[in-house]
Design a protein around this ligand. Structure first.
Ligand code: PHE
Ligand code: ZN
Length: 881
């Protein structure tokens, strides 16, 4: 029997609900295996719906215990109930009240959707459609209700009881039971509902909003871990202050709670007033967290907090509009991190993520528009495209309109749509109203999938003293269910640009088609003629990565070296180094020797370090980093041989390390912290650590034996987790006793720290050796590993499939087999995590024919499995489609 793919849901079929729910009273009596929920729903017919239509409430795995209508019994035959739906055939055509009692088992809930237990703590996850696993409901984002929640539990088991909104009342419920009542005055869709009950420790502070509201902020963690919650708590306060400054948005409840749980399918969730987090994005101490962890915590705390306006006060009409809250909120958290840290460094990090994750997605069978036209399983659309490319669209909008008009547009959007479930059209309408600009063509960014390519040709005319840049955009034609398959139309592409003279001086850009340094390419081909240029300048295009496109530009090495050394735009300085390296790497991977260019790159990096790397160490560390194997594969695009890519990259790394060795040693010495310096996670300190570790990495490539000794010593002696993990990462490719000892000692030292062991799992998963799949099978039997915990699965198998291309894409298929095995083992218990893992196969069409056959064999065997979850069958079917 073949699994049926789930039915398709289309944007074009959207219809308002036939009924609305104004108020919800929930009474939840927590019990490990028999929790009882009574939902009292104040319903009424929707004036925009079909009069007299049956009321169909969503359910998932529910057991109905009782139902009443307006306080009385329902007539025989009036109600039909299955685990997936409750239908009232002839609902009253006036306001009415339904009371529904259901029974659930939080302990048996391994999907981590709905109400479940994590390390004994009761918690909920309702986005996108988990509320229907708690009670029968109109579980759709355009049904907004005011919730009052009474939570009752055993005092010992759950002394802390948290809900959405503000606390109203608490007390004894008889015997050993107690209760708390929470009321959320802001109407919200069910996906923002949450409750928590458990033994939790707390750190807290206060924040006074610009409106004068006194807010109590608390971060709740496993008792004993309070000492690791301070950074997250501080990040909440900084996020509140920033959203007031940058967007004029104030918090709107008296309490703001953040709870960390250890079993969580995603990063975190923006439930109203009660954000629930994967503990990985809350807990941090110098001994357990890296600089990257601190940066992620800050960014995700900000992200979830910012959702309070972009997501909660203004929510989505339907799930096709997911980017309306996610793309916008990623843009907002990126801006926050840029303001709190270094803007250029953060921008480079954003672009690296986009290129490493979103570009491959957009180039493979899972490609979809930022606003898909159809889906079968919405949980599979929380993607890099919706989040990261969605953020790039908002960024382009700001570039096109200018910061001031953009801000006014945002104000108008929040004012116009507050308290409603909105669409991308509503969002764009606010900017059209504020700017007077027609954004209909710009809106194509939301509808068309695939990464555009912009080819640029430059021509200098010495006699006329003109310099002409001709831009040509080409768009991949992608036809899938999610894309709708229409022929792509030209996009509106902001090209931020500048000109640099050969000696590095800035050259004035003279054209009335360039405003505030931005040229807008809005047709297939266009030429920009710049006057007053007797000598040819070096063009610096797409400054700050002004559009999510691939740029094909025939720029010589000499010009790139000018940009690397002199461009006023730091992003393009970094990009110049990347482009130089990429040319060498793709050439060598294809068997073309580009020895001269390799030496030129090494020379340029030497000059770059000479010119003062210590002025901005974080930036210097990024310049020294070569494009990843994934990025190189992406650039090559087809018939990719991961082994050839790795060989080329390792060769170049060794070459650069050798050429720079004395300078790298000097840098390491200059950046060494005096013993006893207290750890600080701030961006400047993190930057120094990053550069020092980038130097170690290159030194190890040049001289593996010395590198192994240096790294092993650093693993032992480091005074913080950043340096310790960086050194462990250096050991990864250095086969031998030293590496094994380093990993063994690290594993023993942190045996009781799951979040630290995740780093240990993740690094071992990237060992580029044939023995790695067997090693991972062994690690899956490690006492700290569990398939039930998503973080463990991601660190071991996710890391393997995404960050170990030579072994995942092994010619013998053993890498694919391992991941497939885990996907199938997980599918029965946690289909969301299983499906996410399977998306690693999304690049299979890019690899060379032998590997492609292996990948296809494995994908087909998964797709043919009977009884697959909708999540996994959707990814398998689309990957093969
Ligand atoms: N809405 C969450 C965020 O981006 C992500 C999420 C989706 C979490 C679905 C859980 C389930 O902030
Ligand atoms: Zn989000």
């Amino acid at each position: 029997m073949r699994t049926e793919t789930p039915p398709v849901v289309r944007l074009a079929d959207y219809r308002p609900s036939d009924y609305l729910i104004d108020r919800v009273e929930l009474d939840v009596r927590l019990h490990p295996t028999e929790t009882r929920v009574t939902a009292t729903l104040a319903l009424r017919p929707n004036p925009a719906g079909i009069p007299g239509a049956p009321l169909v409430l969503d359910g998932d795995d529910l057991v109905l215990l009782a139902i009443s209508l307006d306080g009385g019994e329902t007539a025989p035959g009036a109600v039909a109930v299955t685990p997936r739906a409750l239908t009232l055939h002839q609902p009253p055509q006036r306001p009415f009240v339904l009371a529904i009692e259901t029974k659930l088992d939080p302990t048996a809930n391994t999907k981590l959707m709905g109400l479940y237990r994590s390390n004994g703590v009761y918690c909920t996850q309702c986005e996108a459609d988990g509320f229907r696993r708690i009670t029968y409901f109109l579980d759709r984002p355009d049904v907004l209700a005011v919730y009052t929640t009474r939570i009752e539990a055993d005092r010992d088991e759950a002394p802390v009881l948290l809900g959405n909104g503000n606390p109203v009342e608490s007390g004894s419920a008889g015997g050993n039971r107690h209760y708390a009542v929470w009321h959320d005055p802001h109407p919200k869709p069910a996906y923002l509902f949450a409750l928590v009950g458990g033994r939790l420790g707390r750190v807290a502070s206060r924040f006074t909003t610009m409106e004068g509201r006194e807010v109590e902020i608390a971060v709740w963690v496993e008792p004993g871990k309070e000492g690791r919650a301070g950074y997250a708590l501080d990040a909440v306060a900084r996020s509140m202050a920033w959203d007031e400054r940058a967007f004029g948005r104030a918090y709107d409840l008296d309490v703001f709670n953040v709870v960390a749980v250890s079993d969580f399918n995603m990063g975190a969730m923006e439930n109203k007033g009660l954000n629930i987090f994967n503990d990985k994005y809350v807990l941090a101490s110098p001994d357990t967290a890296t600089d990257a962890d601190y940066a992620n915590i800050e960014a995700i705390i900000a992200h979830e907090y910012f959702h309070n306006w972009s997501g909660n006060r203004v929510t989505c009409r339907d799930w096709f509009q997911l980017c309306l809250k996610e793309g916008l909120t990623v843009f907002r958290d990126q801006e926050f991190s840029s303001d709190e840290r270094s803007r250029p460094v953060h921008r480079i990090a954003e672009v690296r993520t986009l290129r490493a994750r979103q570009f491959p997605e957009d180039a493979g069978p899972l490609a979809h528009p930022v606003r898909p036209q159809a889906y079968r399983e919405i949980n599979n659309f929380y993607t890099a495209t919706v989040y990261e490319k969605g953020a790039e669209i908002v960024r382009m909008l700001r570039t096109l309109l200018g910061a001031e008009v953009f801000r006014r547009g945002m104000d108008r959007y929040f004012a116009a749509c507050d308290g409603t479930a909105a669409t991308v059209e509503d969002f764009l309408a606010a900017f059209t109203a504020e700017s007077g600009r027609d954004l209909a063509d710009f809106a194509r960014w939301y509808a068309q999938a695939g990464t555009p390519t912009v080819a640029v040709e430059a021509r200098h005319d010495g006699n006329a003293a003109t310099y002409t840049l001709t831009f040509r955009q080409s768009l991949p034609a992608i036809a899938t269910e999610a894309t709708g398959g229409a022929r792509p139309l030209p996009l509106v592409i902001p090209v931020a640009l500048g000109l640099v003279a050969a000696d590095g001086a800035a050259v004035e850009v003279r054209s009335d088609r360039v405003r505030d340094g931005v040229f807008v390419l809005d047709r297939e081909e266009d030429s920009l003629v710049l006057a007053g240029l007797t000598t040819a300048p070096v063009p610096s295009l797409f400054r700050g990565f002004s559009a999510p496109v691939k740029v094909v530009q025939d720029l010589g090495d000499a010009d790139r070296l000018v940009l690397l050394a002199r461009d006023a735009d730091p992003f393009n300085r970094w990009q110049a180094a990347q482009s130089l390296a990429m040319a060498v790497l793709t050439g060598r991977a294809a068997g073309r020797e580009t020895g001269a260019s390799g030496a030129a790159l090494a020379g340029a990096l030497a000059a770059f370090l000479e010119a003062g790397a210590l002025a901005d160490p974080a930036f210097a560390a990024l310049v020294l980093a070569l494009p990843s194997e994934t990025e190189i594969a992406q650039e090559i695009g087809r018939d990719v041989d991961p082994d050839a890519i790795r060989a080329a990259r390792e060769g170049l790394r060794a070459e650069i390390g050798t050429a720079l060795a004395p300078r790298l040693d000097a840098l390491r010495a200059a950046l060494a912290e005096p013993a006893g310096t207290p750890f600080s996670p701030d961006a400047a300190s993190a930057g120094r650590r990053a550069l020092r570790n980038a130097a170690l990495d290159l030194l190890a490539a040049a001289d593996p034996a010395r590198g192994a000794a240096l790294a092993a010593a650093q693993v032992e002696e480091a005074s913080n987790m950043t340096d310790r993990v960086a050194a462990l990462a250096v050991l990864v490719p250095l086969t031998g006793e030293t590496r094994e000892r380093g990993f063994a000692r690290f594993g023993a030292a942190y045996r009781d720290e799951p979040l630290v062991l995740d780093k240990w799992f993740a690094l071992q998963a990237t060992i580029p050796e044939p023995g790695t799949p067997e090693r991972l099978r062994g690690l899956m039997r490690h006492e700290a590993f569990s398939l039930a915990n998503p973080n463990r699965v991601r660190s071991l198998l996710g890391s393997f499939s995404l960050n170990n291309p030579t072994q995942f894409h092994r010619p013998d298929g053993a890498g694919y087999d391992l991941v497939a095995e885990v996907v199938l083992a997980l599918d029965g218990t946690n289909p969301q995590v299983a499906a996410r893992l399977l998306t690693a196969f999304g690049t299979w069409r890019m690899v060379e024919a032998g590997r492609r056959r292996q990948a296809e064999r494995v994908l087909r065997s998964i797709a043919a499995r009977p009884g697959l979850s909708p999540d996994v069958s959707d990814i398998a079917a689309r990957s093969l489609g």
